[in-house]
Design a binder for this molecule. Structure first.
Ligand code: FES
Length: 86
């Protein structure tokens, strides 16, 4: 079944990219362009990824999600007071 009619990308193709390490709609778009034209398929791609295709592959193969590689999230900086910094 087609997920992205703009580029003719099927559900199986999205799952294959997810199994290959694409864990976000942006990474799916980088792999096959799905979602980069009208954007009407992005929610369906998110739903497919949300079903655990990517996470399951990571658990089975011991991979780390590329999106999890960011070591520090915004807003998590250590508590620094102005008086300490001056
Ligand atoms: S349906 Fe996927 S970009 Fe339009």
């Amino acid at each position: 079944m087609y997920v992205c009619s703009c580029f003719g990308i099927t559900e199986d193709q999205v799952k294959q990219h997810a199994d290959g390490g694409a864990c976000t709609p942006r990474q799916i778009a980088s792999a096959c362009k799905a979602g980069t034209d009208c954007g009407g398929c992005v929610r369906r791609i998110q739903a497919l990824l949300g079903r655990g295709d990517c996470a399951r592959g990571e658990l089975l193969e011991g991979r780390t999600a590329p999106s999890a590689a960011a070591p520090v999230a915004l807003g998590t900086a250590p508590d620094v007071r102005l008086s300490d910094a001056a």
